[in-house]
Ligand binder design. Structure first.
Ligand SMILES: [Zn+2]
Length: 184
């Protein structure tokens, strides 16, 4: 573990150590210090990260819990459009006093360093197969264009009872396709 006692993820807990029952809360927004995540989507370096952190003094150390909100960027795994979506995670971990036998996280000189905790929670919650929207039709394998029903290619036969619904969907995906071209 790096011994580093400054930076936006380091919080002082001197005023509540060894005082079980004491509690502090912090809400603040910082910049993500480096890119988080190596997949199709990731949280960009410099992106905003909003933290709500509760620090509770307990017998064994300081119990940290809270939520982190950020935004990930990347591309839709079906249609390859650029996407940007919010991600919110909860985290909880006990930072034990030095000398504890089972400590994954330890207090360092009356500080807690939340970076590993928050980064891991965010990275683990990033989707492996992100989509721009749940019903994204993906790319047409023949043309490489965004698949639309009007192309007439590779469509499954559709029950006539669904035809009216399909027309609605067609209109929607056609306008989405136009929008994506305007954005890119
Ligand atoms: Zn998509």
């Amino acid at each position: 573990m790096k011994n580093r006692l400054s930076g936006p993820f380091v919080l002082p807990v001197r005023d509540i150590v060894r005082q079980p029952g004491e509690m502090r809360e912090h809400s603040y927004t910082i910049s993500v210090p480096e890119q988080w995540g190596e997949g199709i989507v990731s949280v960009a370096k410099g992106g905003q990260l909003a933290l709500d952190v509760r620090l509770e003094s307990v017998h064994e150390g300081i119990l940290i819990s809270g939520t982190a909100d950020a935004e990930y960027d990347g591309e839709c795994s079906r249609c390859l459009r650029a996407i940007s979506q919010p991600v919110e995670v909860e985290f909880q971990e006990l930072f034990e006093y030095p000398g504890g036998e089972t400590a994954d996280f330890e207090l360092q000189d009356d500080h807690v360093d939340l970076e590993t905790l928050v980064r891991d929670a965010i990275v683990l919650s990033l989707p492996f197969q992100p989509v721009c929207r749940p019903e994204c039709p993906g790319l047409d394998p023949a043309t490489g264009d965004l698949r639309t029903d009007s192309s007439g290619v590779a469509q499954d036969p559709i029950d006539p009872r669904w035809a009216a619904l399909q027309e609605l969907t067609e209109t929607e995906s056609a306008s989405d396709a136009v929008q994506s071209r305007e954005e890119s």
